[in-house]
Design a protein around this ligand. Structure first.
Ligand code: SF4
Length: 457
């Protein structure tokens, strides 16, 4: 396919995938292709896939059928985690022309040059253990906030998780290159950067700067996550850094203390708990107990009382009894946290959890999910009430929805305002005055306009 053609991208899954799609599409544009929206006619469609749940795989297959219906002559390329885990399954799907695993997805421009509609898919992938390099990535599509990849892969072995099989061993960029990328993002006028990866607290343990390949016996130089955030905190051009998600056992006191005193790292932590029952945590092969988890929450709230704390939790893990679930429910109910992301357990191939036996009935998994979502709303309401009449800054986003614009405070409170183009991508000081409920909890605010956008108040 030659370079004047139109290419469209669609991303499934996490912030890391969004960062990678953005970088890959910039490389494709540099190779002379025109990047177009996924909903318009294109010569090639690229799906960057996720495979955390069975639903994610289904969504990819649904998208492929949709493309085939609307543009039967267009080329279809499938990249990312699903492509790495099940290349044969995808290459057998009607209409698929190219399947790129984790080692080849960044070489998409090279492969686009060489594919044609032949009715048989080309597969370029390798065993995940052969992936021994780090590819940098960051988004530049949103004027307000950017996702910056700092780490990839994972060395943990949680019994329900396929990510290490899809992304390989833990590895990370160098601090100097992350800082350089953050400055490139700042040069585009972006005000907030969200640090992303798979297990970002593990940053620096295995260092593979961009372009380097790990040689046998190569010494591992120790750049810690704390060193990274300290250096990023010195970048004047970025107003906010947000840590996307961090394993509780890697959230050391020094990191919390640093964020508490930092003017750029915002008071918002997202912690994967998965279960509040120690016996289930053990079966999941998680690396903390409910007591050490709660200790992290207390430490955060002690140093940063208005900090927003989000928590991931899985319902219906094999062997989770009613009592285990209620233990999780009461544990979360007692914790001073702000919201939950609730996932229903789904069996994944090549993971150990399904072999544990005692599967929980699907309906029951979903009922438990529903109960925790209700609890999450209650938590968010309480967190919002605690922030009533407090002063914050809001970073307004460019999108206008129904004549309104939205933004988030530094502690992740969602704010709604009548659309005002002069506020787009501006850090606006506000006092939170009350919230309304129309499906989402949103804050009204008083606009204490000052000349200079404030850093953290
Ligand atoms: S920490 Fe566990 S759940 Fe998270 S990516 Fe690694 S193996 Fe998966």
């Amino acid at each position: 396919m030659n370079g004047s053609k139109k290419v469209a991208f669609h991303t499934l899954g996490c912030k890391l995938n969004l960062a990678e799609t953005s970088s890959i599409s910039r490389n494709v544009a540099k190779a002379g292709y025109e990047i177009v929206d996924f909903n318009v006619e294109a010569d090639a469609y690229v799906i960057n896939t996720c495979s955390v749940t069975e639903n994610a795989d289904k969504e990819c297959r649904f998208l492929i059928r949709g493309i085939l219906n609307k543009s039967p002559e267009a080329l279809i390329a499938v990249i990312g985690c699903y492509a790495q885990l099940k290349p044969d399954e995808i290459s057998a799907l009607p209409g698929v022309d190219l399947v790129l695993g984790a080692n080849e997805k960044f070489n998409l421009p090279f492969h686009l040059e060489r594919i044609a509609k032949k009715g048989k898919a080309q597969v370029h992938s390798c065993s995940v253990s052969e992936i021994d390099f780090f590819s940098e990535a960051y988004t530049l599509d949103n004027r307000t906030r950017a996702f910056l990849k700092v780490q990839d892969g994972c060395d943990y072995t949680c019994s329900y998780c396929t990510i290490p099989l899809a992304r390989g061993a833990s590895r990370s960029d160098s601090i100097s290159n992350v800082v350089a990328n953050a400055k490139k993002i700042a040069a585009k006028g972006v005000k907030e950067i969200v640090l992303t990866g798979v297990n970002i607290g593990d940053f620096g343990r295995t260092l593979l700067p961009v372009g380097s390949v790990k040689n046998e016996g190569e010494s591992v130089k120790n750049e810690r996550f704390l060193d990274l955030i300290k250096q990023l905190d010195a970048i004047q051009e970025i107003y906010r850094f947000r840590i996307s998600s961090i394993e509780p056992n890697l959230l050391k006191d020094e990191i919390i203390e640093f964020v508490a005193s930092s003017r750029r790292f915002v008071p918002h932590f997202h912690l994967p708990l998965q279960s509040g029952s120690d016996s289930i945590l053990k079966k999941m092969r998680r690396r903390y107990t409910s007591a050490s988890f709660s200790n992290r929450v207390h430490k955060i709230k002690q140093l940063i009382p208005d900090c927003c704390i989000g928590v991931d939790v899985i319902t219906g893990f094999p062997g989770e009894t009613e009592a285990d679930f209620l233990e999780t429910y009461h544990f979360l109910n007692a914790l001073d946290i702000s919201y939950l992301h609730v996932f229903t357990y789904s069996e994944r191939k090549n993971t150990d959890a399904p072999d544990l036996g005692n599967p929980v009935r699907i309906n029951e998994r979903r009922n438990r999910n529903k109960m925790l979502r209700i609890l999450s709303e209650k938590k968010l309401r309480k967190f919002y009430e605690e922030n009533m009449d407090s002063s914050h800054t809001v970073l307004f986003e460019q999108e206008s929805k129904g004549g309104c614009m939205y933004g988030y405070t530094e502690n992740y409170i969602k704010i709604k305002s009548d659309f005002d183009s002069s506020l787009v991508n501006q850090l606006v000081p506000v006092t939170l005055s009350g919230f309304q409920e129309n499906g989402a909890l949103l804050f009204n605010f008083n606009h204490t306009h000052v000349s200079e956008p404030l850093l953290r108040v």
